[in-house]
Design a protein around this ligand. Structure first.
Ligand SMILES: Nc1ncnc2c1ncn2[C@@H]1O[C@H](COP(=O)(O)OP(=O)(O)OP(=O)(O)O)[C@@H](O)[C@H]1O
Ligand SMILES: [Mg+2]
Length: 245
């Protein structure tokens, strides 16, 4: 099994969107995939997959049974909270214990890939994941503007220092006006590729800013499950990643 950590130095750049769609894109290609939501304070995976589950998971033997959504096995702290608006007030050691449990005591079965969605930055959760799971692959998500890139650089350095094969995806790149067809680079252009070049890591491609991405997230259905221009671009990114790993 190959473990792919999806991370960024920055919040709100589309890590969870990339993680979910990467998991479903790999499943679409016939791989056996697990998706682990390691964002303890802001788990987005349940929402992005339209899962309502709270209050715990079934136990199979002495292991937790992940939920299975269209063939992808999913675990999120969101499933264990008493309600969706319960905040988690844990310090580092508690988070480490939780991550240890959801990595060791889950019946993932025989997987080809485990995709791990991380909170922003390189804090407790990401350090625990790196220590406990030792992921081979890091996918760093950034938006094109330099204010994001400065923070994202830290994630690239973290992944490289942890000996992960490191890749960059630029998200929220050009927006094609549905009226005139002109592409507008709302957050700038080319920052992700420059970042990858400067740090000697591979650039996988740019995902456009697309209202369908937001809308599919709101509906809880990963956009790669539908055919459109952004899905095409995303599948090319996944092909490029698969070729490299
Ligand atoms: N390419 C895109 N085009 C349009 N909207 C997008 C795109 N990618 C992500 N979004 C939207 O941006 C918002 C933030 O995305 P997401 O939750 O994936 O970011 P994140 O980096 O995981 O955030 P956090 O740091 O809070 O974990 C969501 O509403 C999502 O639908
Ligand atoms: Mg997220």
């Amino acid at each position: 099994m190959k473990k792919i950590i999806v991370m960024s130095g920055k919040g709100g750049v589309g890590k969870s969107t990339v993680a979910v769609n990467l998991a479903f894109a790999l499943a679409k290609k016939g791989y056996k995939v697990g998706l682990l939501d390691a964002d303890i304070h802001g788990p987005s995976i349940p929402k992005l997959l339209g899962i309502d589950k709270v209050g715990g998971l079934e136990v199979e033997g002495d292991k937790l049974k992940p939920l299975e959504i269209n063939g992808v096995k999913v675990i999120s702290i969101g499933f264990f909270l008493p309600s969706k608006d319960t905040p988690v007030v844990w310090r580092g050691p508690m988070k480490h214990k939780f991550i240890e449990q959801i990595t060791k005591d889950v019946s993932w079965g025989d997987l080809d890939f485990l995709v791990i969605d991380c909170p922003p930055g390189t804090g407790d959760e990401v350090i625990s994941i790196a220590q406990l799971l030792d992921p081979e692959i890091a996918v760093i998500v950034t938006t094109p503007q330099t204010v994001a890139l400065e923070d994202v650089t830290k994630a690239v350095n973290f992944a490289k220092k942890s000996n992960m094969k490191t890749f960059v995806i630029e998200n929220m790149s050009g927006f094609r006006c549905p009226h005139c067809g002109k592409v507008v680079y709302i957050f700038g252009k080319g920052g992700g590729e420059t970042l990858a070049k400067n740090y000697g890591v591979k650039f996988l491609g740019s995902i456009p800013l697309d209202e369908k991405v937001v809308e599919s997230g709101e509906r809880g259905n990963p956009f790669v499950r539908e055919e459109n221009e952004t899905t095409k671009v995303f599948m090319e990114i996944v092909d490029k990643l698969l070729k490299e790993i």
